[in-house]
Structures are given as C-alpha cells and as structure tokens.
Design a protein around this ligand. Structure first.
Ligand code: HSE
Length: 305
C-alpha cells in the first residue's frame, strides 16, 4: 500500500522519578516530529542545531526500529524520506532515543498498515530500548508504571497527572550507557527490599496525587540517584533552592544530566524565572505532562515541504 505524506509526533519523557528506576516515566510536552514522504531511497534530514550530531545514518534509530518491526512480520518497508525536528535536545535525559524508537515503530505501523495496539507498540519499542520507562509514556502519554523482564511488558497507565514541571538542562551531554556504568551490579537483599518499598510508596503517592510524599520518596531513592549525583552539577543546591521557592521536589531526569522539578499548579513559570537568574550553568524550561502519547497526522510541516 502506498501512502501520502504524514507526520509522527512523539513526546519527550522523564524517566525514573527517583526510585521508579527503569519502570516509572512521565510524558512531557516536548516533541520529536518525523515528517514522512514515500521516496526512491531512504533519506533522513535532521533540522535544527540540536540534531546535527545525529546525521550518521548507521545510528538512525528511527529506521532501525521501523525495520525491526517489519522483520517481525516478514515484510519489507518501501523507502521514505524522513525530515526530523525536535523541540528537546538529545542525550540530556529527556528520552530522545526512546522517542526515536517509538517514531520508528509507528513508522512501520503506518507503512505496513499493521494496526498495532499501544501494548504491541510498547512491546516492540521495549524490545529495542530494553527498559520501558521512556518508551511506554512516549506511546501512552501521561504517567506509566511498567515491568519488563526481556519477554513480557506490563503497564499501568495513569493518563491525568496534575503537576507542572521545570526541566533544567546543562550544556554537557551524558549518554545513558555511560551514566549506567556508575550503577552497582548488585544491591544487598535488605537494601533491595528498602529500595523497592520506597518505590512502592512513590507510585502510590503519584497515583493519589500526593506530590509532597512523592518528592520525599524521590529524595530517599537507593537505586540510582546516590550513584549518579556526582555527574549532576549543583543538584543538591538546586533542589533546595527550588523547594524554598515552592517546588515539591526534584529528580534526575532519566539518566541525567537534566534535572526535573515538580511544582504545584501555576508555580512553575515563576520558579523557572528565579532559578534561571541564580544558575546560569543551566537552561530552564517550564513543561507540562503530555496526555496523548505518539500521534500521527496527515499534514507535512513547512520544514518538510
Ligand atoms: N531508566 C533509565 C536510566 C532511563 O536511568 O538509565 C534512561 O534511559
């Protein structure tokens, strides 16, 4: 089946929320957009300064993910020209590779008319990303709590999350693979039990919309923040300052180096302004939960024409 041009929009996401390591994620209203036109050969054009580093086609996660899905159905994709733009930077902890994988899964879904359910999309995307905490919210929108053991993926989806966020983005990049090298291979049993109880309370607090308790649990994380904090400049100071200005609390966004702050309704913009003048080392943006997840529409952006 030959299709007209279409566009895929995938939200960014913030993963972990502290102790929800490799499981909990929240979709954020920043987007990777892929404008697709059937073509004679595969071609990817990246728009914007932030994406220039991705110009190497052998690392093209979008095409790789699309071809992976096609192979699962013994099908071949016809070639397309992809124009890619993003309103969030890669390798900062905002789920950029997960968004690219989800875009690729959706690309195959449309080109091959697979009619995949969200759960099926999540399964293919997690098979590639290996942990579900960015890809699943990018597919479902909202908050997701997921489990993946290499074979099965299970998710509880909480579409409506009443919180505002601030993302603090430093200049440096930190690749997830590098950041994961700081983590221990094993936790003693008693630590693992404590860490999992902290995560359980985090999730219950998020579902009850009790952000004070959720922030308290973020501060108690034992799974990854204690090992990664050294890579995040001024993390403790920034968190204290943000809380003194009215934020609930903060967490390392995904594997970092970005930080995500959670704030009450209509507080984020003023806190963003005050943090921006106090910490010029970071770029601060107010963001909100995305509630829809990946979307496809038939119109091309101006960039792709
Ligand atoms: N859970 C992942 C990590 C998210 O913290 O390494 C980043 O891909």
């Amino acid at each position: 089946m030959k299709l007209d041009a279409f566009s895929i929009h995938v939200p960014a996401s913030t993963a972990n929320l502290g102790p929800g390591f490799d499981s909990v994620g929240l979709a954020v209203n920043r987007y990777l957009s892929v404008h697709v036109q059937p073509s004679e050969a595969w071609e990817t054009v990246y728009h914007g300064k932030e994406l220039q580093g991705l110009n190497d086609d052998k690392d093209n996660l979008i095409i790789h993910a699309a071809q992976y899905v096609a192979e699962q159905y013994n099908q071949k994709l016809y070639p397309c020209r992809l124009e890619v733009e993003s309103s969030f930077p890669p390798s900062k902890g905002m789920g950029s590779s997960a968004s690219a994988i989800v875009a690729g899964v959706e690309l195959a879904n449309i080109l091959l008319d697979l009619k995949l359910s969200k759960k099926e999309k999540a399964f293919y995307a997690v098979s590639l990303e290996k942990h579900p905490d960015n890809v699943v919210p990018a597919i479902f929108g909202g908050l997701t709590i997921s489990f993946y053991n290499g074979k099965d993926v299970e998710t509880v989806h909480v579409p409506d999350i009443a919180v505002e966020m601030i993302i603090a983005i430093p200049d440096e990049v930190l690749h997830t693979k590098e950041s994961r090298k700081s983590l221990p291979n094993l936790l003693p049993f008693n630590k693992a039990v404590e860490a999992s109880a902290i995560s359980n309370v985090l999730v219950a607090a998020l579902i009850k919309n009790d952000w004070e308790k959720a922030a308290d649990m973020m501060n108690r994380d034992l799974f990854h923040e204690p090992f990664r904090v050294k890579h995040i400049p001024f993390y403790t100071d920034l968190k204290q300052k943000a809380v003194s200005l009215g934020a609930y609390g903060a967490a390392i966004s995904g594997s970092g180096p970005a930080i995500v702050f959670f704030t009450p309704h209509q507080k984020a913009a003023s806190i963003t302004e005050q943090l921006s003048s106090a910490y010029p080392e970071y770029h601060f943006e107010t963001v909100f939960p995305d509630r829809k997840g990946v979307l496809v529409n038939k119109s091309l952006s101006a960039a792709a024409l």
